[in-house]
Write a protein that binds this ligand. Structure first.
Ligand SMILES: CC(C)(COP(=O)(O)OP(=O)(O)OC[C@H]1O[C@@H](n2cnc3c(N)ncnc32)[C@H](O)[C@@H]1OP(=O)(O)O)[C@@H](O)C(=O)NCCC(=O)NCCS
Length: 440
């Protein structure tokens, strides 16, 4: 059953646009298990994931029970009961660092069947989500993406980035001092109940994080039917501080290299640290394993301090770096005033938005203690920095993870007064690079 907080009305413009194509746009009744199963199978097939088994479907029905799940049905098709397009969405906090967060509309499982592509179905779904969230007063929409080519056209910009690392560990020494707490090797299922609370504290330290639901954690700990086969390979360790309080954990697996028993590869599946000490101690634990010559870790922060923690910085290779979290601003004052800022200044943001939600001239005024006010502005800039930009650039800049200067050089924003890009960069600078450690 969809959570009442997520039960936003269906968008009438999108309903009319799809109806004109002979398609029915409707909310899925998640109390109808058979209909929910068809919807889930369709969404996962559309993303080229394996079909669900009955046990997996039971987990996923429960996991997506609260979401607002929409389908598009073609009643002239051979399988009229299975949707030809899907989208699921829900309210979620988005972390902003400094123990701040803002409410956002999370959008997921967007798919249009190959038989119905390039007829404007995704456009109707996405625009419907944005209009519904805006009408409900939700200041931001957010998603993670299969391809970086799709969502800019609807005003989303990449706001948090991630990196994949490969570390050659033979002969490598960890030079960062060992923290005063202790790492314990633990069984993954025993750690599972602690994970959400540790993650919640870890997320307060950085912008871009989105809380995970129970299904996500069950999957990560190989406790969901979909991931149960990984259980024998999944290892876990927990870091407790000197007082014995759990402050972080790592989930990892080790793949044997049959030709050389001392050259196994360790994969960090999830490393979560609520303190700097936990981060250092858990990396030390992972890098100090005997019989392992390579450690790999995906979806990590781009400012991971690893190269500075070891005797040979070149042993730490960044094998990929990607944009990961995309944001779409729907309410400029609410979105921009939620976070703290790094410098006191005034910046006039002249925002262009084809969907009009964020359109206008907005004065961002920040104080020495990092607070902000954002007001609609008419008239002269009165010495403020002035930046002209599109709504997708505003989403990219919001968490401070996208370089202002790079957007200026690339023509994604323009200075209305000399020196404005530097001033905006000084205001936006976050303590840590924004990061999202999961997919949703
Ligand atoms: C991506 C997808 C949802 C698009 O659905 P669709 O109904 O064909 O899209 P639309 O017809 O509404 O197209 C809207 C616009 O997006 C463009 N577009 C669609 N898919 C695109 C893609 N993969 N890359 C770049 N542009 C794309 C269209 O060309 C169109 O452009 P326009 O604004 O210039 O007219 C669909 O192709 C799909 O399901 N892909 C596989 C699953 C997937 O990647 N889902 C996204 C998960 S984040």
């Amino acid at each position: 059953m969809t959570d009442a907080d997520n039960a936003l009305p269906l968008d009438e413009n999108s309903r009319a646009a799809l109806s004109a194509e002979g398609l029915r746009y409707a909310l899925l009744d998640t109390t109808d298990a058979a209909a929910h199963d068809r919807w889930l199978q369709a969404a996962y097939r559309g993303l080229h994931f394996a079909a669900f088994t009955p046990d997996e479907l039971a987990d996923y029905r429960a996991g997506f029970d609260d979401a607002r799940s929409i389908g598009v049905w073609d009643e002239t098709g051979a399988d009229a009961l299975t949707p030809v397009a899907t989208v699921a969405s829900w309210r979620s906090p988005l972390s902003l660092g400094d123990a701040r967060s803002v409410e956002a509309w999370a959008i997921s499982l967007v798919h249009v069947a190959a038989t119905h592509r390039r007829r404007g179905v995704a456009r109707a779904l996405l625009e419907g989500e944005l209009r519904a969230a805006h009408a409900a007063g939700i200041p931001l929409a957010m998603l993670t993406v299969s391809e970086a080519t799709i969502y800019g056209r609807w005003g989303f910009g990449p706001a948090a980035y991630c990196a994949d690392y490969r570390i050659a560990t033979k002969g490598l020494r960890v030079t960062a001092p060992m923290p005063s707490g202790r790492v314990h090797r633990v069984d993954a299922p025993a750690l599972r109940p602690l994970a959400p609370a540790i993650a919640a504290r870890a997320h307060e330290r950085v912008g871009g994080e989105v809380p995970s639901d129970a299904l996500h954690w069950d999957r990560a700990f190989a406790l969901a039917a979909r991931t149960a086969s990984r259980a024998p390979h999944l290892r876990a360790a927990r870091y407790d501080d000197a007082s014995g309080a759990p402050q972080g954990f790592v989930l990892y697996s080790v793949a044997e290299y049959p030709d050389d028993f001392s050259a196994h590869t360790l994969t960090v599946e999830h490393l979560c640290a609520a303190t700097d000490d936990a981060l250092v101690a858990l990396w030390r634990y992972v890098l100090d394993q005997d019989l392992v010559s390579t450690v790999q870790a995906a979806l990590r922060p781009v400012d991971e301090p690893l190269p500075w923690m070891v005797s040979n910085p070149r042993a730490v290779q960044t094998v990929a770096r990607r944009e990961h979290l995309w944001l779409r601003v729907l309410d400029v004052p609410a979105a921009l005033s939620a976070r703290r800022y790094a410098a006191a200044d005034s910046v006039l943001l002249r925002v262009a938005d084809p969907m009009a939600f964020a359109e206008g001239d907005w004065m961002l005024t920040t104080t020495p203690d990092g607070e902000a006010t954002v007001t609609a502005h008419a008239g002269e800039s009165d010495g403020a920095a002035v930046i002209d930009l599109g709504v997708e650039a505003l989403g990219a800049l919001l968490l401070g993870g996208t370089p202002v200067e790079a957007l200026r050089v690339a023509g994604s924003l323009a200075e209305g007064a000399p020196g404005s890009a530097d001033r905006l960069a000084a205001v936006l600078r976050p303590a840590r690079a924004p990061h999202l450690s999961t997919w949703f």
